[in-house]
Design a protein around this ligand. Sequence first.
Ligand SMILES: *[C@@H]1O[C@H](CO)[C@@H](O)[C@H](O)[C@H]1NC(C)=O
Ligand SMILES: *[C@@H]1O[C@H](CO)[C@@H](O)[C@H](O)[C@H]1NC(C)=O
Ligand SMILES: *[C@@H]1O[C@H](CO)[C@@H](O)[C@H](O)[C@H]1NC(C)=O
Length: 373
Amino acid sequence: MLLLYLLVAQILTLSVGSETCPCTNQELCQPIQAEREFEVFVFDVGKKDWKFYDWSKVTTVAAFGEYDPDLMCYAHSKGARLVLKGDVHLPEIVDPANRTAWIKKQVNLAKAQFMDGINIDIEQAVAHASPEYYALTALVKETTEIFHKEIPGSQVSFDVAWSPKCIDKRCYDYIAIAGSCDLLFVMSYDEQSQIWGDCIAMANAPYNQTLTAYDQYIGMKIDPKKLVMGVPWYGYDYTCQDFSEGGVCTIPKVPFRGAPCSDAAGRQIAYHTMMKQLNASMSGRLWDKVQQAPYYNYKDKEGRIHQVWYDDPESISLKAAYVTKHGMRGIGMWNGNLLDYSNNPVARQQTKDMWNALTPTQGLDLQNSLLGS
Ligand SMILES: *[C@@H]1O[C@H](CO)[C@@H](O)[C@H](O)[C@H]1NC(C)=O
Ligand SMILES: *[C@@H]1O[C@H](CO)[C@@H](O)[C@H](O)[C@H]1NC(C)=O
Ligand SMILES: *[C@@H]1O[C@H](CO)[C@@H](O)[C@H](O)[C@H]1NC(C)=O
């Protein structure tokens, strides 16, 4: 009886205390400590696409799918961090004790899975100076303190909307939040979530609007070294209510957080899906000079016209140039799984071009050094 008790006690300590490292090389279960100067921050939503990522670039993977120990071992072998997804309904963490309990649970989960931090993805509406406003600021600060203490070298990041101006009613204390965590991932997409003007199909992440918002973040004295630019690897497919001769696509009115009209009238569509559709479309690839974004029109089986707005290597590298110009921390995307990782040669080239568009100046530097030598 005593023996059995000891055995059970031992199993319990093993499973709670020191987890078994799933990597062949046990050293790969150590958290990543080294700081990389330029971040390439990838959201991964599951399955095995990660095997085909460009690991010469990736520095952090946020695991938004199921935990995959193979991904952890692999990322660590490449010196890249794997971080948890953190999300909580804000009213639940207004109470400081509840907040601490939530943070402890996250840090224990990260440790048990040999992970290197957490990406806090709270996209809830928060009113300025409300209890949730202060609780969110405290949550980010306390999460960062506890993670840094418990997992040396760990990274705590926070996802913010494309602009700091209460987008989608997210009125956060951006300055305090940026000050306390390691980096802000700026989600420069879904920029038509609140359309106040004409209800028409427009770019997911228009050039000028996107970069003006970074000027705003930097103008608030947020250190550019805390900012990672998030670009979309998806677009929006709108069914046009009306399609004008000039190619303007009027969309149905779907309100969102106070605005009469929204990109919720459209459907998000993966880059790999669009690339299969593009050549057979009515228009082929078109380029909007004002928004600096590609789009195309196609007719569905019922004869309705659709307009699809998206980002491709041309529009992404234009925006990515801002990252290096302003000395930002890096770039990333939602999400890594949206490209075609098959063996098809056309798809392979398109996928490679998308990864390279994240770091356009690396190509330039290489060209320059080749020219110079
Ligand atoms: C805070 O934690 C207590 C104790 O676990 C729990 O009873 C309570 O429901 C929590 N409050 C909220 C708002 O979640
Ligand atoms: C760029 O965007 C800002 C903010 O949306 C706007 O005020 C400005 O007029 C725009 N500039 C150009 C050249 O379109
Ligand atoms: C689409 O057309 C372009 C230009 O003609 C061609 O290079 C590309 O291979 C085509 N893509 C597919 C998926 O067939």
